[in-house]
Ligand binder design. Structure first.
Ligand code: HEM
Length: 488
């Protein structure tokens, strides 16, 4: 790998599959979903690979030790993001937290996110919002129709989870709920729902023009046009929301939502908290923080329905800890270790961002003894690492117990990183775990859950970059005979 001619040391590039075609490079090798396809290629050529995605060199890392190198000794080098089309449009010209290059703008946004928006005291401040939205969901299920003779009803869970997480987020951001039991302006709701549906349809999509620029130039890449139109609609909506809050005069209301918090910071520091920054921050929370949490809930319920023993155990733990006279709340979550283990095991098998978010090197560096050139995109295949048989016993099995027994528990290591690590690691982890934990705990506490029929829940994945189910989860449920349901 390393050799020298007189005094110069040559370090070789990582291995690559032999045939890289003109224009498309190795793109011909990939099938969807991409993380599964890359796992197969890595199996053949090794855990550190250099591929050509069209014109872009991409380092694909599929071992915990290489991932560790990327996020410890090379963390600063890989703290950049590639300039992909989604970042240009959904990320306000690469200026939002998730898409910004590493530098002063990113540092300012990251500080706002971690100190003002997602800090533990702020997450705590919104415990009531999470509790209310969970109650709304329970009520909605209690009022569901189509009850069969044995008391069971059917619910399509994908949209129920998504709408609940969007409601939680928008209640925190602007004090408004847009789904389910709502009051207020129906036109505004319609506008919002349209924007959310369009973003959801686009954000997990791969964009061929990112890798084969010629397709973009000759107008074959339709996504860019759609993204541009969406940007205007979304921007107008967010600005209207900001103006509404700017006009709020009452002292009591002024600090009750995140927009209010950001607007009061704007008064003292208009530069660091200008309207575009606020719009961008709202946008990032809405895109980074909703579908990821909702799909974790959906995968968790799917896994529990396919593993009824684990569901019984989780329910027994909740009954033991909380009883049946009150609904579980935020402060109970640390006392539910089995439920926490279920969520960790779900994130191990079904990480919402299976290849994290793409990084890019800002200088050349070495990984695993190989040379990685500057401006190489980095994909860390967490999906593959979290199923690596060298690190995990029975890696394909759903075994929450592995996070309770000390032996074989890889939590906190680079073999388990569903939220990433280092400078660009997810700042919303603790909020996400609370929302996911509370919603799951409440549903398990209040209802009996079973599969639609004898068939196992289909665990096939959809094709996009996010890890979502190909078939939305539907399940049968019936209220449990417990006192707390009398006063929900
Ligand atoms: C289960 C839910 C979630 C999962 C699995 C998840 C996972 C991730 C991952 C893997 C990354 C990329 C790390 C990297 O680049 O190496 C990320 C970034 C990010 N996440 Fe999350 N996330 C979740 C929920 C949330 C929530 C609730 C929020 C905020 C409300 C959030 C905000 C962000 C932001 C702003 C970034 C970009 C950070 C940066 O580039 O500096 N996420 N998340």
């Amino acid at each position: 790998m390393e050799f020298s001619l007189s005094h110069t040391v040559f370090i070789s590039l990582p291995p690559s599959p032999p045939l890289s075609l003109p224009i498309i490079g190795h793109l011909y090798l990939f099938k969807k979903p991409l993380h599964q396809s890359l796992a197969k290629i890595s199996h053949k050529y090794g855990p550190i690979l250099l591929l050509q995605f069209g014109s872009r060199p991409v380092l694909v890392v599929s071992s915990h030790s290489a991932a560790e190198e990327c996020f410890t000794k090379n963390d600063v080098v890989f703290a950049n993001r590639p300039r992909l089309l989604a970042g240009k449009h959904l990320g306000y010209g690469y200026t939002t937290l998730a898409w910004s290059p590493y530098g002063d703008n990113w540092r300012n946004l990251r500080r706002i996110a971690t100190v003002e928006i997602l800090a533990p005291n702020r997450v705590q401040m919104f415990a009531g919002v999470r509790q209310d939205e969970t109650r709304h969901l329970v009520r909605r299920l209690l009022n569901g129709d189509g009850e069969s003779e044995d008391g069971y009803r059917v619910v399509e869970m994908k949209s129920a989870f998504f709408e609940t997480t969007v409601n939680v987020m928008m209640m925190m951001i602007g004090g408004k709920r847009y789904y389910g039991d709502v009051s207020g302006d129906s036109e505004e709701r319609l506008r919002f729902k349209e924007i959310v549906a369009e973003i959801a349809g686009l954000s997990g999509a791969t964009n061929i023009g990112d890798f084969v620029p010629i397709l973009r130039w000759i107008g074959m890449d339709k996504i860019e046009h759609t993204l541009r139109k969406l940007l205007v609609k979304r921007d107008n909506f967010m600005q209207d929301l900001i103006e509404e809050h700017r006009n709020i005069k009452s002292e009591k209301q002024r600090n009750s939502t995140l927009i209010d918090v950001l607007l009061s910071l704007q008064e003292n520091d208009p530069q660091s908290y200008n309207d575009q920054i606020i719009r961008g921050m709202v946008q990032v929370m809405l895109t980074a923080g909703t579908a990821t949490s909702a799909s974790t809930m959906e995968w968790a319920m799917s896994l529990l329905l396919n593993n009824p023993d684990a569901l019984i155990k989780a329910q027994a733990e909740i009954d033991r800890q909380i009883g049946d006279t009150r609904l579980v709340d935020d402060s109970d979550l640390p006392h539910l270790p089995y439920l926490q283990a279920v969520i960790k095991e779900t994130l191990r098998l079904c990480p919402g961002s299976p290849m994290l978010v793409p990084h890019e090197s800002s200088a050349s560096c070495t990984v695993g003894g190989y040379r990685v050139p500057s401006r190489t995109m980095l994909l860390v295949n967490m999906w593959a690492i979290q199923r690596d048989p060298k690190m995990w016993e029975d890696p394909m099995k759903f075994k929450p117990e592995r996070f309770i027994d000390l032996e074989g528990n890889r939590e906190g290591s680079f073999a388990m990183m569903p939220f990433g690590y280092g400078r660009r690691g997810c700042p919303g982890e603790s909020m996400a775990l609370r929302v996911v934990g509370l919603v799951l705990a409440s549903l398990i506490q209040c209802f009996e859950w079973v599969r639609l029929d004898r068939e196992m829940v289909d665990m096939a994945e959809a094709s996009g970059l996010a890890m979502s189910k190909a078939q939305p989860l539907a399940a049968r449920y019936r209220p449990r005979a417990i006192e707390l349901l009398q006063h929900i």
